[in-house]
Design a protein around this ligand. Structure first.
Ligand SMILES: Cc1cc2nc3c(=O)[nH]c(=O)nc-3n(C[C@H](O)[C@H](O)[C@H](O)COP(=O)(O)O)c2cc1C
Length: 184
C-alpha cells in the first residue's frame, strides 16, 4: 500500500492558521498519511506530493504576501497537482449571506491575483487573539469587533474556528491524496 504524501504550506500572523494547520496534519498523520508542514518562509518545492494544502489568514482584506508569493513562484506545479486551499478569517465567523459572499470574494481575489486553480477550498472562522496583539492592534480589533456585534472582552482570546469543519476538510484532502497515491 502506498502511503499518501502531503505538503501543507501556511502563513499565520497571530497563530490561528498555524493551529488549523497542526490540526489538519494531526488528522492526516492519524490516518497513516505522511505530512510535511512548513510556513511560507521555508516551504519546499511542491512537486512530488500527492496533495498540496495551502493555508492563509486574512488581514486588512488581503491574503498574505508570503502565500501569494509561494503560489506565484510555483504556479505551474501547483496547477498540475491536487491542491486544497483554506482561508482563515473573522468574516467566516458570521454565518450569513453577506459574510459568506465576502469570504468567497476574498478567496476569489487570491485566485484572480495568482492564477491558482484549487481542487478544494475551505473557509474557516479564525480568532480574536486580544492577548497576543500589541496595544494598537488590540484596540483596533475591539473597535471592529464592536461594529460586528462580536466579542469585546480584551482580557481573553475568542476562538470561532469550527474544528468539525476543519476535520472534514482534512478528511477530504486525505481522500484526494489517497486517490492520487493510487489507493482509492
Ligand atoms: C490587524 C488585523 C486585521 C484583520 N483584518 C481582517 C479582515 O480584513 N477581514 C477578516 O475577515 N478578518 C480580519 N482579521 C481577522 C484574522 O483573519 C483572524 O484573526 C485570524 O484568526 C488570523 O489568523 P492568524 O492568527 O493565522 O494570522 C484581521 C485581524 C487582525 C489582527
Amino acid at each position: 500500500m502506498t502511503t499518501p504524501h502531503l505538503l501543507l504550506v501556511y502563513h499565520s500572523s497571530e497563530g490561528q492558521t498555524a493551529k488549523v494547520a497542526a490540526r489538519i496534519a494531526a488528522t492526516a498523520n492519524e490516518a497513516g498519511a505522511s505530512v510535511d508542514v512548513s510556513t511560507t518562509d521555508d516551504a519546499p518545492y511542491p512537486g512530488e506530493y500527492d496533495v498540496v494544502i495551502l493555508g492563509d489568514s486574512i488581514h486588512a482584506g488581503h491574503h498574505s504576501k508570503g502565500l501569494t508569493k509561494y503560489i506565484t513562484g510555483h504556479l505551474e506545479v501547483l496547477n498540475g497537482a491536487q491542491v486544497a486551499l483554506f482561508q482563515v478569517s473573522l468574516t467566516s465567523a458570521t454565518d450569513d449571506e453577506e459574510h459568506s459572499t465576502m469570504a468567497h470574494r476574498l478567496v476569489q481575489d487570491l485566485l484572480d491575483k495568482t492564477g491558482l486553480d484549487p481542487d478544494m477550498v475551505g473557509l474557516f472562522a479564525g480568532a480574536l487573539a486580544y492577548t497576543r496583539y500589541g496595544w494598537f492592534k488590540r484596540h483596533l480589533m475591539r473597535r471592529i469587533a464592536r461594529s460586528e456585534g462580536s466579542d469585546t472582552d480584551m482580557s481573553v482570546d475568542h476562538e470561532y474556528t469550527d474544528w468539525e469543519a476543519v476535520d472534514e476538510f482534512a478528511r477530504n484532502a486525505l481522500a484526494m491524496a489517497a486517490e492520487a497515491a493510487g489507493d482509492a
